[in-house]
Design a protein around this ligand. Structure first.
Ligand code: MN
Length: 258
């Protein structure tokens, strides 16, 4: 079995190494294709307006000067085209990808891209807070969790067009459970400052407001429990289709047009 491993923290991330070890412990031959630098919050961006370079960085190891999605796309469509991976594993990210984070996350985008290209995929993130810059993230418990999740995935497989978003609390987890995506709002986290030339500049990110609800990913991780959220490629809100039924009359074909 072959596993493609990528991330958005870059090829030199300790979390990438932890995930490689977990995948190898589960019996996978690991292939790493990762960005040359940190690409966090790059979401599902694909580089279309400049060429991409792929550099061999070791045995079954490549570095790309692009986004996480570029890495997974190039890996599956080009580098590993002749022997496609059985799984894509992304992470382990330095920081959580909970609730709204999912829509910004490069880590989650790797799994999204893998699934789009027909390869079962899992994203792994550690709930590590960057404000504690003096303490590097400890991936030892997360590596054990990743191995357990990977083994479970090998046994059960993943549902069609579905991938797993796994968030691991800091420290030894109290358990693991299936969750749904919660709400985390970054709405008021823009900081405005003045630069040395007197012009304003802006910094996005930092504080956020979580809505804690039963069964959500946020609540599980806050309780010290590993969260596994199944996510689907189809973002359609089926419950809202009926409310849109009347829109067809608003732009009816004019007389004489088909
Ligand atoms: Mn990251």
């Amino acid at each position: 079995m072959r596993a493609l491993i990528s991330n958005d923290d870059g090829i030199h991330s300790a979390g990438l190494e932890a995930l490689e070890r977990a995948a190898r412990a589960a019996g996978f031959e690991t292939y790493v294709v990762a960005p040359d630098r940190e690409q966090s919050a790059s979401s599902h961006a694909l580089t279309l307006h400049r060429p991409l370079r792929v550099v061999k960085a070791g045995e079954r190891r490549w570095v790309v000067d692009g986004t996480p999605t570029d890495c997974v796309n190039l890996a599956i469509c080009r580098i590993l085209k002749e022997e496609p991976p059985d799984f894509v594993f992304s992470g382990i990210n330095s920081g959580p990808n909970l609730g709204d984070d999912v829509t910004y996350s490069g880590t989650v985008a790797c799994a999204f891209e893998g699934t789009l290209l027909g390869v079962p995929s899992i994203a792994f993130s550690l709930d590590y807070r960057r404000d504690r810059a003096d303490t590097p993230p400890d991936f030892s418990h997360a590596e054990v969790v990743a191995l357990a999740v990977i083994r479970f995935a090998q046994e059960t497989g993943l549902s069609e067009e579905t991938f797993w978003n796994v968030n691991i609390p800091d420290g030894r987890p109290r358990g693991i459970r299936a969750t749904r995506m919660g709400r985390r709002r970054y709405g008021e986290s823009v900081v405005e400052k003045i630069d040395p030339r007197g012009r304003p500049y802006y910094w996005i990110g930092g504080s956020h407001v979580d809505t804690h609800a039963d069964g959500s990913d946020l609540t599980a991780v806050a309780d010290g429990i590993v969260s596994v959220t199944p996510l689907h490629l189809d973002l359609t809100a089926y419950h809202a289709m009926d409310a849109l039924a009347g829109i067809e009359s608003r732009l009816a074909p004019r007389d004489g047009e088909g």
